[in-house]
Design a protein around this ligand. Structure first.
Ligand code: BF8
Length: 621
């Protein structure tokens, strides 16, 4: 039963078994072929930054202890880590910039397919940015706001507006440390500068700037992506949908929307409802067109449109191996290059859409905001045309999609709470809710697929800890049945009562990975209401199965914001005792939060509960 060792997601196990029989290579096989993975790389002590190298440090204290330039293990490990972090921050922030550009184009009639859906949020943001709103048309306001926010990618005024959302105590601390982000691009560029040979060689100085770069993502690029997406497509509110590979339909044209940016996929949702397209699908022998999301494009579409999700990161190849996918449409981030090879074994067309993310072997249909409607229609048409090529004898579609609810934006949560955070705080103070953990991040084939996520969540909710989250972690929770109001039955008595009173599940889906910014806004609101720092709250973050450079940035901006973060896999830092000790202990005295690594989900849950209880004690509750 190799499939059961690989994944707890029952919807994908038959497909894994079928793939093994057919000899189709997936991430699990590729991980095996990489073993043993390079020990120097794992410890972070391999430096490939310049052409005097590659250099590596002997981990046992023998020679060499320095690279050709003289860089020590501490310097190399710190440089490698913040280089990862900067890549992750750049990925989130560049995504944010693209959404803002579309908002600007929508406002200036260059992309008339896009409308401004949440005018209330637009006005609130304009107000936050000090723009006059009275008597200004929605489009003019959207134009002024998008320009104002876009300017913050490279501003010379030295501050980001959303940074002002932090509670005063946290802001004062970060200002004192000199790590308030100055602009989004600047911190990323400065990281790239610092890691060049002969620039920053002080691991403390490097890591401190890493935190600043991460803050420019969390309170900058990612938050901009979330807010601009809400303005364009609507702020999420609770809704029901379905999840796992069984959302694929035997008798319909299946199109999977995979990646991160909702700009084109929102248009594809519209195109798939077009009468002519549906009629053509029927003429081709299908009963209709079925859309399913994957990864964070999926989360974006789920949160606002209720589109079902086929799976998370490790489901991507398996979805194609169902034999039922006519097109997998990809934008960018977390898309295995290998999906093109897997698609080659079936009839699936992989359609790339972003100029900055091409996949050799895929069909490229480039997205431009002004022609989004036509591109979306052409993509849907291509998928319909591909339906007759499906090989019926190779279909392997599981049964039983799981029901779930999503759409818990901060606005929606506040609404459910009657307009203020007080009921939530009262429940925390009374101990009905012991604390909260934000569980976020990826899948990683080094961990049994979804296992760590689900085990930790089950343990936490049983101990009355509310779970909120984003990304692939939430897709794992949905597949495991933790996201229905009835899932409250799996919670401890206090949390169960609160969930039942509010009609919410004990695990709240807050969106895609850029929507981790929603969690930041939530913890900031709780801290402000209690007039404490975020680090005083009984809350933690956790990334049980992380793999991505984006996760390095997310974990770091949570820590810099005062939230201690659990990691289920160690980052590649163990080659430097100094870096390891700073990140897991030293940071506590600097930003009053730190990282801890625990690979065993049960021990991780125990440690989180213990830390929550310590915070409660310190608060006197
Ligand atoms: O941005 S959780 S595997 S899909 S990086 Fe990627 Fe990780 Fe999934 Fe979303 Ni986030």
């Amino acid at each position: 039963k190799q499939a059961e060792n690989r994944s707890i997601d029952e919807s994908c196990q038959p497909i894994i078994e079928a793939g093994l029989k057919q000899g189709i290579e997936t991430a699990w096989e590729r991980l095996e072929k990489q073993k043993p993975q390079c020990g120097f790389g794992q410890l972070g002590i391999c430096c490939t930054n310049c052409d005097m190298g590659p250099c590596r440090i002997d981990p046992f204290g023998n020679d060499p202890q320095k690279g050709v330039c003289g860089a020590t293990a501490d310097t190399i490990v710190a440089r490698n880590l913040i280089r990862m972090l900067a890549t992750g921050a750049a990925a989130h922030s560049d995504h944010g910039r693209e959404i803002l550009e579309v908002l600007y184009e929508a406002a200036t009639d260059k992309a008339d397919a896009y409308t401004i859906t949440d005018v209330e949020k637009l006005k609130a943001l304009a107000d936050e940015y000090g723009l006059a709103t009275d008597g200004i048309s929605t489009k003019d306001l959207a134009k002024a706001l998008s320009l104002k926010i876009l300017e913050e990618f490279g501003t010379i005024k030295g501050k980001l507006q959303f940074y002002e959302r932090l509670p005063e105590k946290r802001k004062a601390l970060l200002n004192k440390l000199g790590i308030a982000p100055r602009s989004v691009d600047r911190e990323i560029v400065e990281t790239m500068h610092r890691v060049h040979m002969g620039v920053d060689n002080d691991y403390i100085n490097l890591l401190t700037h890493g935190l600043r770069t991460a803050l420019s993502d969390g309170w900058g690029g990612s938050m901009m992506a979330t807010e601009a997406s809400d303005v364009l497509f609507g702020t999420p509110s609770p809704l029901s949908s379905q999840v796992n590979l069984a959302v694929l339909k035997q008798d319909q044209v299946n199109i999977i929307l995979h990646g991160h940016n909702p700009i084109l996929s929102e248009m594809i949702v519209n195109a798939a409802m077009d009468k002519d397209a549906v009629a053509k699908a029927k003429a081709m022998g299908a009963t209709g067109i079925n859309l399913a999301g994957m990864c964070c494009t999926g989360n974006e579409l789920l949160m606002r449109r209720g589109v079902p999700i086929a799976g998370n990161m490790l489901n991507q190849e398996l979805a194609i191996m169902s034999g039922a996918v006519e097109a997998m449409v990809v934008d960018y981030q977390c898309i295995f290059p290998a999906i093109v090879d897997v698609a080659g074994c079936f009839h699936t067309q992989v359609i790339s859409t972003a100029s900055k993310a091409k996949f050799p072997g895929a069909t490229h249909m480039e997205f431009e905001p002004h022609s989004a409607v036509q591109t979306a229609a052409a993509i849907v048409d291509q998928a319909i045309e591909n339906f007759p090529n499906r090989k019926k004898d190779r279909l392997c579609i599981p049964n039983n999609p799981a029901d779930w609810t999503a759409g818990f934006s901060v606005e929606a949560l506040l609404k459910a709470l009657g307009g203020s955070t007080d009921p939530l705080l009262d429940a925390i103070k009374s101990g009905q809710i012991r604390g909260a953990v934000g569980i976020v991040g990826c899948n990683n084939p080094k961990v049994k697929h979804d296992f760590a996520h689900v085990r930790i969540m089950e343990r936490l909710i049983a101990d009355n800890v509310l779970v909120v989250g984003t990304g692939c972690a939430m897709i794992a929770a949905g597949k495991a049945g933790l996201m229905m109001p009835e899932s409250a039955e799996k919670a401890g008595p206090g949390l169960k009562a609160v969930c039942q009173a509010l009609g919410i599940p004990p695990v709240l889906h807050m969106g895609s990975c850029v929507d981790c910014s929603r969690i930041l806004v939530l913890v900031a609101a709780l801290a402000k209401a209690l007039d404490v720092d975020i680090s005083d709250l009984p809350v933690l973050g956790s990334a049980p199965e992380w793999y991505s450079e984006k996760a390095v940035s997310i974990g770091s901006y949570f820590v810099a914001s005062g939230v201690t973060v659990h990691l289920g896999l160690s980052p590649r830092i163990l080659g430097s005792k100094a870096v390891t000790s700073l990140l897991t202990q030293g940071l506590e005295s600097v930003v009053k939060a730190s990282f801890f690594v625990e690979t065993d989900p049960d021990k991780a849950a125990d440690a989180m509960i213990e830390k929550i209880d310590q915070k409660r004690k310190a608060l006197g509750i």
